[in-house]
Design a protein around this ligand. Structure first.
Ligand code: FES
Ligand code: FE2
Length: 389
């Protein structure tokens, strides 16, 4: 099977093929994914309000690069490669901190929060050293939905097309997501999952609900149509929200009322409904009437992925310490159920029995669009043989 033909049905059936198992296990393919996908596209890395005052910084790994994200004094949030311009030591050697400047621990080159080289031992005796040329190498930054998004490419893809375009495809227009006012919501809970599975298995799982009746008893109780295997992400190309069951009072683990207000600006067709969007390559946005759940994925290796899941609520829910546990527990269980399924799938990706790949049933056919996108990103000619079995 050749990955170029992922969108053609398997002979004599309603099934579409998946990539071969090697696509999920080969370090070389993973390395291509890092260079061609994660190091070239926009990645959602952290909450903007997690850097609340000037000088606060955090590091994050994107592809094979470590990035410093810092709130500067004059230019908002900035991001840099964590590489000293002198002889390359990591400038920030822990995960987070707060400093007036960023100083390398090797020979004490010191960078302003805006990235320029501010000081170095004997720098005055080297007047030819340009402070910008020998500053920290910047990375493109955008803020959207209250999150910091970075792109490591010299020429980043147009954010409106690449990122907002995914929302347009899902919702028909970007304004529908504006109704949730996500940028003004506050973090109620964040959980980090270390998942022993390839990142593509996690995306594929998120895009379909064929598995929902089998592994998500609580979710299918709240959203009965999921028991029929229909994902909310794509219904014949139409914008479709998945409706709560008649007896259901809220998007909680037992379907009881959440105990707090709905988001004030949602439209009537967003009430009592769940919507999900995949923003390739590493973000899932889930909306319900009274909160929003956002997943960020950070692939670690071909068989390991870190997933950070945030639950966002109206500020008064957090300030008044209203109970969010029942709401958080529903998607936490969904996450655990999904990630366990992905972890039980990963070992089979290197089995002889899966060397020809698997199959997508009709309710999963939209996943082949993801496969076609993936293939177009990574499958250049010298690699074709590697993914042809
Ligand atoms: S490597 Fe950073 S100051 Fe020398
Ligand atoms: Fe699931």
């Amino acid at each position: 099977m050749i990955i170029d033909h992922l969108d053609e049905p398997l002979p004599g059936s309603s099934l579409l093929p998946t990539p071969s198992g090697v696509a999920y296990t080969d370090p070389e393919i993973f390395s291509r994914e890092q260079s061609e996908i994660f190091e070239k596209l926009w990645n959602c890395v952290m909450r903007a309000d997690s850097l609340s005052s000037a000088g606060e910084w955090k590091t994050v790994t994107i592809g094979r690069e470590e990035i410093i994200v810092v709130r500067s004094r004059k230019k908002g949030i900035r991001a840099y490669f964590n590489v000293c311009a002198h002889r390359g030591m990591r400038v920030c050697t822990s995960g987070e901190g707060k400093n007036k400047t960023l100083q390398c621990g090797y020979h004490a080159w010191t960078y302003a929060l805006e990235g320029d080289l501010a000081a170095a031992p004997n720098l005055t005796s080297m007047p030819d050293v340009d402070r910008q040329d020998y500053g920290l190498k910047p990375v493109h930054v955008r803020e959207w939905l209250g999150y910091v998004w970075v792109c490591l490419a010299e020429e980043p893809p147009n954010f409106d097309e690449a990122v907002l375009g995914e929302v347009r495809t899902r919702f028909g227009e970007v304004e529908s997501i504006d109704n949730y006012g996500i940028e003004n919501l506050k973090l109620g809970e964040s959980k980090t999952y270390d998942v022993a599975a390839n990142w593509k298995l996690i995306i594929e799982n998120f895009m379909e609900c064929y598995h929902c009746a089998t592994i998500h008893p609580e979710l299918t109780e709240v959203i009965p149509e999921f028991a029929d295997g229909l994902a909310s992400q794509r219904m014949n190309g139409e914008v479709h929200g998945s409706e709560f069951g008649e007896e259901i009072k809220g998007f909680t683990v037992d379907g009881s009322a959440s105990g707090f207000e709905e988001l004030p600006r949602i439209a009537p067709d967003q009430d009592r409904k769940y919507y999900a969007i995949t923003v390739k390559p590493q973000v899932f946005i889930n909306t319900v009437p009274d909160h929003v759940i956002i997943h960020r994925m950070f692939p670690v290796s071909e068989s390991r992925t870190t997933v950070v899941c945030d639950w966002l609520f109206l500020p008064e829910v957090i300030e008044r310490d209203l109970p969010i546990e029942k709401s958080v527990e529903l998607f936490h269980r969904v996450n655990q159920q999904d990630f366990e399924a992905c972890e039980q799938t990963q070992p089979s990706m290197s089995s002889k029995a899966y060397s020809g790949g698997g199959a997508l049933v009709p309710s999963e056919h939209h996943i082949s669009e993801f496969h076609a996108w993936w293939s177009s990103q990574v499958a250049v000619s010298e690699h074709q043989t590697k993914v042809t079995v």
